[in-house]
Design a protein around this ligand. Structure first.
Ligand code: ATP
Ligand code: MG
Length: 421
């Protein structure tokens, strides 16, 4: 991609109404555009990051047997009345509207009811179970506060997976597999080290549910962390009895601010009872299906990565989700010979499958470097008169500032193989 062709531009200051660091940096770098509080456009660079995050999520959900589908946002009241989740008294985040043809619709803020109703058509016998279905789809929530940038918006992507099992054992096996898959996802996103599987209250069917909480000053949540044990508990689970069950004491816990990047929940038979989702067991008896739900917010995860990894100069993307691996910064481009040389390098890198953002603009070096730092690609390769004469390129690792000098062949050897890895 040529930076001269990118319609987005960087800006020196974030808009004054934007308080969250993740959104300030993403707005300045041209990854997102703020349409209004709680609603952002994901511009070309921002969408690339989201798609890479979604790809990682898909790979890990597929690896544990997830099957991807896509459900509508438009919801009919009668379905949600069956679980008592249509009224604004019971659910305070609905966006609702009138149909021109008469009657009301709501915009889905989650999909348990919807998928349970769908599965009534496909689940008949114990032989159909277990099954795991997920989507990465737009949710709408009438959130009261939307002050955390892309981490809390009123329209957002959610990966929501739902599990349908015949036995407790099937359910528990999947629940554990999904918890492990979540840690793999957060590791691949570069926030695994700060992310704790957190014990939360479980509702009617299990003692605990689990949140995946990433420790961060910008977090809206508070968790109590045992770094030694590698677990955390939220406020609901701070009772001595619960703590002793988990093998920790209040004194051994550190209070930290955190961001909930995902959560997993055993639903028992709450939805299958309410909506009549049963299977026939081996004796032909109708038995309610055991369910679970498992959510991740891709944009909240993206905001968390920005918040945790950025430095005073700008965004720092991990290789796994960076829009481009290399930011090729060409200098002295007013010189025709230099332009040919740098264009040649850009073409060779692309021919070798390296993903490159090419700063081909005729600007002062200082401006180009500042933009490059702000945009945050993992590696910056500088090509200038100096590098042309010496036959080696300056390669700077964004995260550490480490500088190496590589010949053209070394550059291809290093980055050609890791392209889009
Ligand atoms: P919170 O307590 O932060 O409001 P939640 O418990 O309402 O979160 P869930 O309904 O479990 O969240 O949604 C699953 C995931 O979707 C969350 O873990 C989070 O990553 C993401 N998410 C939830 N609400 C939002 C939002 N308003 N904007 C962006 N992502 C969100
Ligand atoms: Mg919420």
């Amino acid at each position: 991609m040529r930076q001269s062709k990118l319609f987005t531009k960087t800006r020196k200051e974030a808009p004054s109404d934007e308080v969250a660091k993740n959104a300030q940096l993403l707005l300045r770098a041209g990854y997102i555009y703020k349409n209004m509080a709680g609603a952002y456009t994901f511009l070309p660079l921002g969408l690339q990051v989201i798609e890479r995050i979604n790809t990682i999520i898909r790979e890990e959900m597929d690896a544990i047997g997830g099957q991807e589908m896509h459900m509508p946002s438009l919801q009919e009241p009668s379905l949600w009345e069956k679980t008592d989740r249509w009224s604004d008294e019971n659910v305070d985040v609905w966006f609702k509207s009138e149909l021109a043809a008469g009657g009301a619709v709501g915009l889905a803020w989650t999909h348990e009811e919807v998928i349970t109703e769908i599965m009534r058509q496909y689940v008949a016998s114990y032989k159909d179970l277990p099954l795991f279905a997920y989507q990465i789809q737009t949710k709408f929530r009438n959130e009261i506060r939307a002050k955390s940038g892309i981490m809390r918006t009123r329209e957002f992507w959610m990966k929501d997976l739902y599990s349908f099992c015949a036995t407790e054992e099937q359910h528990n096996d999947f629940y554990e597999a999904c918890a492990d898959a979540y840690m793999k996802i957060f590791n691949r996103l570069g926030i695994g080290e700060q992310t704790y599987k957190t014990f939360a209250s479980g509702g009617a069917f299990t003692k605990f549910s689990h949140e995946f909480q990433t420790l961060a000053e910008a977090g809206e949540d508070v968790v109590y962390v045992s770094k030694a044990k590698g677990i955390a508990v939220n406020e609901e689970v701070l009772e001595e009895a619960d703590l002793s069950e988990l093998g920790v004491t209040k004194d051994g816990l550190e209070k930290c601010k955190s961001i909930e990047v995902g959560n997993i929940f055993s639903l028992g038979t709450k939805f299958s009872d309410a909506l009549g989702l049963t299977y026939k067991d081996e004796s032909g008896t109708d038995v309610p299906v055991i369910m679970g739900s498992y959510g991740i917010g891709p944009a909240r995860a993206m905001g968390t990565v920005v918040d945790l990894l950025a430095d005073e100069k700008g965004i720092v993307w991990p290789e796994s989700i960076a829009p481009y691996q290399i930011h090729l910064v060409g200098l002295n481009l007013d010189d025709a010979e230099m332009r040919d040389y740098v264009e040649g390098l850009y073409t060779s890198l692309r021919n070798r499958g390296v993903s490159v953002l090419f700063d081909d603009r005729d600007l002062r070096p200082g401006e180009k470097f500042a933009d490059s730092d702000l945009l945050g690609m993992p590696y910056r390769v500088v090509a200038s008169k100096k590098t042309k004469e010496s036959g080696s390129f300056e390669v700077v690792t964004r995260a550490t500032g480490d500088t190496r000098y590589l010949t053209e062949e070394e550059l291809y050897a290093d980055f050609g193989a890791t392209a889009d890895a």
